[in-house]
Design a protein around this ligand. Structure first.
Ligand code: 0GY
Length: 289
């Protein structure tokens, strides 16, 4: 089965920046291998296999201790590859699953034992068919009882329409990739300011300052994305997470060097206290607390 985008970087550089003890890559994926964990028939793209062994080797190489592994749309609602990776990693990983509304309590309990602590609601139209809001609200009520939270993925132009729904959610809500701003418009643009206001007015909202490689217009070293990430880290220091997004599904323009991504951390979190919160304290509280 041929992947329909680029393979992940074969030999990322060793980052100059050394993460502190306990550092967490809070957004990454495992894909396949397809013979063991087939891709979902309803998927919108076919990824490159990105098995757990490669993820854990990259974690060690980049100087991280832990991962938060996020179920991506190419595996649909079959979380087998995710759960398998979590069981292998033990206390060194936590997971974010995508679940069916009729999932059994026993399945949720098994996922919890493996390390799942959140569900993901995906609103990106090129990645998934739409799910009715009532279905998401039903799932939200069930997982809230387990102490889990919700990760949401949408693009900036869709935020305005989503706010009434998002602000009903009963848990912590983590927004992937800074709500995907159009970085050519600048941090003052109403779309990004709407996102900042959402976080300011609702202290259950967090965000991942991740994916410069998707958001950039300039390309590596992604300096055009830094002001967005830095604004969020400066303003909401205790509610930000960082992740590589390895193996970078759907990246067609170029494949990022994961070492370069790690070297962005000091640019977006400009002192030790902010870096400690971003890559140790915040993920620790949310996923290991
Ligand atoms: C990401 C981003 C993407 C893919 C998915 O679930 C997914 O397939 O999240 C994307 O294509 O923007 O966070 O991995």
């Amino acid at each position: 089965m041929d992947p329909d985008y680029l393979p992940f970087h074969p030999n990322p550089r060793k980052p100059a920046y050394t993460p502190p003890a306990g550092a967490v890559d809070a957004h990454c994926h495992v894909f396949g291998p397809v013979e063991t964990f087939p891709y979902a028939p309803e998927r919108k793209y076919t990824p490159c296999d990105a098995p757990k062994e490669k993820l854990f080797a990259l974690r060690d190489y980049l100087g991280f201790e832990r991962n938060v592994i996020v179920q991506a749309s190419c595996h649909g609602k079959d979380n087998a590859a995710l759960v398998d990776a979590l069981k292998t990693a033990g206390d060194r990983a936590r997971g974010v699953a995508v679940v069916r509304p009729d999932i059994e309590d026993s399945e949720l309990a098994e996922m919890h034992d493996a390390g799942v602590r959140a569900v993901r609601f995906n609103f990106v139209k090129r990645l998934v068919d739409a799910t009715p809001k009532e279905v998401f609200l039903g799932i939200a009520d069930r997982i809230a009882k387990l102490g889990w939270h919700i990760v949401v993925y949408f693009e900036a132009p869709d935020l305005e329409e989503l706010i009434p729904f998002l602000t009903q959610l009963p848990t912590t809500v983590v927004v992937d990739h800074m709500g995907r701003p159009d970085v050519t418009k600048g941090t003052d643009h109403p779309d990004f300011q709407r996102f900042v206001t959402l976080l300011r007015e609702h202290d259950n909202f967090w965000t991942k300052v991740s994916c410069p490689e998707r958001l950039t217009a300039a390309g590596p070293d992604y300096d055009d994305v830094v002001p967005f990430a830095r604004t969020l880290v400066d303003t909401f220091t205790d509610r930000v997470l960082w992740g590589t997004d390895w193996p970078h599904p759907n990246m067609k323009s170029h494949m990022p060097d994961d070492g370069l991504l790690v070297d962005m951390i000091p640019k977006i979190a400009t002192d030790n206290q902010k870096r400690q919160a971003l890559i140790v304290g915040n993920p620790e509280r949310l996923y290991w607390g």
